[in-house]
Write a protein that binds this ligand. Structure first.
Ligand SMILES: Nc1ncnc2c1ncn2[C@@H]1O[C@H](COP(=O)(O)OS(=O)(=O)O)[C@@H](OP(=O)(O)O)[C@H]1O
Length: 155
């Protein structure tokens, strides 16, 4: 009697131990299908850009790109990104070619300007914490040191 109970428990234990693998595979398959359907797109889609770059202001400059992003829920929000920018259709609002392809070089759409020891690095680092912000690693010093190298160098 005792042994048959043990056997029953043992068998149900074995059966239970076989459940997780197919169940996990089923969940993975559903997730994969869900992603392939485009429902788990985490990368934001760009619908508009705001070029906040100014060429007239001297001083220390951090480049940040600001974009209006579509979050897939019917509303848009602005965020700042900071990699040098380029152009998608051969000409942006400023006449500078820009590209909306992630991974390509782009001009900044927002820049941080400040005097030396003004805390611009801290501001940049705080902005960088935001997941939608992509900031340059080192200060490019385009406007105060490398302006003569031109926009081709900048982007
Ligand atoms: N929130 C806040 N309040 C007060 N002070 C602050 C703040 N954030 C940054 N800091 C100080 O700013 C100094 C760095 O400024 P920068 O990033 O512009 O430095 S740098 O010019 O790029 O070297 C640096 O000062 P020092 O440590 O004296 O160099 C920082 O400590």
């Amino acid at each position: 009697m005792g042994c048959s109970v043990c056997r029953t428990r043992l068998n149900s234990g074995r059966a239970l131990s076989r459940v997780p693998l197919p169940f996990t595979m089923l969940l993975l398959f559903i997730y994969l299908f869900h992603c392939l359907s485009g429902f788990c797109d985490t990368a934001p889609k760009i619908t508009d850009r705001q070029n906040l770059m100014s060429h007239d202001i001297p001083g220390k400059v951090h480049a940040v790109r600001a974009e209006r992003l579509w979050n897939g829920t019917g509303s848009a929000h602005y965020s700042a990104l900071s990699e040098p920018l380029e152009s998608d259709n051969g000409g942006g609002e400023s006449g500078i070619p820009v590209s909306n392809t992630y991974g390509s070089k782009k001009f900044p759409q927002a820049i941080i300007i400040g005097v030396k020891k003004g805390g611009t690095r801290a501001l940049l680092e705080f902005l960088r914490v935001h997941p939608d912000v992509r900031a340059v690693g080192a200060e490019p010093h385009f406007f105060d040191r490398f302006y003569h190298k031109g926009l081709e160098w900048y982007r």
